[in-house]
Design a protein. Structure first.
Ligand SMILES: Cc1cc2nc3c(=O)[nH]c(=O)nc-3n(C[C@H](O)[C@H](O)[C@H](O)COP(=O)(O)OP(=O)(O)OC[C@H]3O[C@@H](n4cnc5c(N)ncnc54)[C@H](O)[C@@H]3O)c2cc1C
Length: 311
């Protein structure tokens, strides 16, 4: 299949098979476009134990199951799935070249849906904690399920403070965990205290138990218990391929886009978490619909030239 495509450029190659990339594939396949999704196989969505804010699933749905359904939907309309990372991306005036372990493929349009990678908190078996729903990475996603619980927030000062303030709306028992008093400025302390947020600045080892965590202290005082640990450690944006073809990114590496998700490089689009927005499934779906429809219209009108709208 990949060999065939290398002789006849695809209409669209989607790089990344998470919710955003797969939703774009559904749209494009239904627009009767030749479209393939290239996926390296480690979507952030796979880490979701069960989402309860994804529209249309009142009982929630696990990340793996959501991905399975999206893949099935895209395949049913004729999209191709290629399970391989795209190693590099080249570009000429009228097409892109994707280099993969399965060969080289050309496509007239490319959608980048490569996502981000969360930095784990400094505790043993952090990813197992995420899987168990005890280590949390996204309060927008699941603060509702943390209502009234004892919550610890670990991370760098300002990010941790913002996250703790967000969570304080859902629980009166929120504490920021720092390892040293120098980790939090006077301003942070007073803002936290004004918001009713606790601050532990001699945090030792945080040990996961079957139903929460024991937070050790380095000042000889007794450990204490929390139910949930929110990590505010930041993330790494997977925008390397965008940079290779010269697309503009912000200081964090997020790909800059215009109102149809077009990047500063003609015929290159970016959707989902790799774009600076609310990192949410529903947002990725919205991006996907916008990008796919814009690409379809461009192809329909013979690639109408639109000057890149992004900075
Ligand atoms: C623990 C956790 C819980 C969450 N809960 C929720 C929730 O309840 N509700 C919600 O809306 N959101 C939730 N999120 C956020 C949600 O997972 C993301 O917003 C969503 O997965 C973003 O989709 P995406 O398609 O942009 O990226 P991803 O899902 O990360 O998919 C990106 C894909 O691109 C692939 N890729 C990267 N580089 C390449 C390459 N060079 N070649 C080929 N493939 C590549 C990766 O392998 C990956 O499969 C949660 C996230 C986490 C971590």
């Amino acid at each position: 299949m990949v060999h065939e495509q290398s002789q006849h450029p695809l209409d669209v190659a989607i790089i990344g098979g998470g919710p955003a990339g797969l939703a774009a594939a559904v749209y494009l396949a239904r627009f009767l476009r030749s479209v393939a999704v290239f996926d390296a196989g480690d979507p952030r969505a796979r880490l979701i134990p069960r989402t309860h804010n994804c529209p249309g699933f009142p009982d929630g749905i696990g990340g793996e199951e959501l991905l399975r359904r999206l893949r099935l939907q895209a395949l049913s309309f004729g999209a191709c799935m290629v399970e391989t990372p795209v190693k590099t991306l080249g570009r000429t005036d009228d097409h892109f070249t994707l280099s993969t372990n399965a060969g080289t493929v050309s496509a007239r349009y490319v959608i980048l849906a490569t996502g981000i990678v969360d930095r784990p908190p400094p505790i043993a078996d952090a990813w197992a904690g995420v899987e168990a729903g005890l280590v949390r990475l996204c309060p927008v996603c699941d603060a509702y399920e943390a209502r009234g619980r004892r919550i610890g927030v670990i991370g760098r000062e300002i990010t941790a403070l913002k996250e703790a303030e967000f969570l304080r709306h859902f629980s009166s028992n929120v504490v920021m965990l720092f390892s040293h008093p120098d980790d939090a400025s006077t301003a942070t302390r007073s803002q936290a205290s004004g918001a009713g947020i606790g601050l532990c600045d001699r945090t030792g080892e945080v040990v996961r138990l079957h139903d929460g965590f024991e937070v050790g202290k380095t000042d000889g005082t007794p450990p204490f218990r929390i139910d949930l640990l929110y990590a505010a450690m930041g993330c790494d944006v997977r925008s390397g391929l965008a940079a290779i073809v010269g697309a503009n990114c912000d200081d964090h590496g997020y790909v800059l886009v215009g109102q149809h998700q077009e990047t500063s490089v003609p015929r290159l689009y970016a959707i989902g978490d790799v774009v600076q927005a609310l990192n949410q499934i529903a947002v990725g779906f919205g991006h996907a619909a916008l990008a796919a429809t814009d690409i379809h219209n461009a192809l329909r009108h013979g690639d109408f030239p639109r000057p890149p709208a992004v900075r």
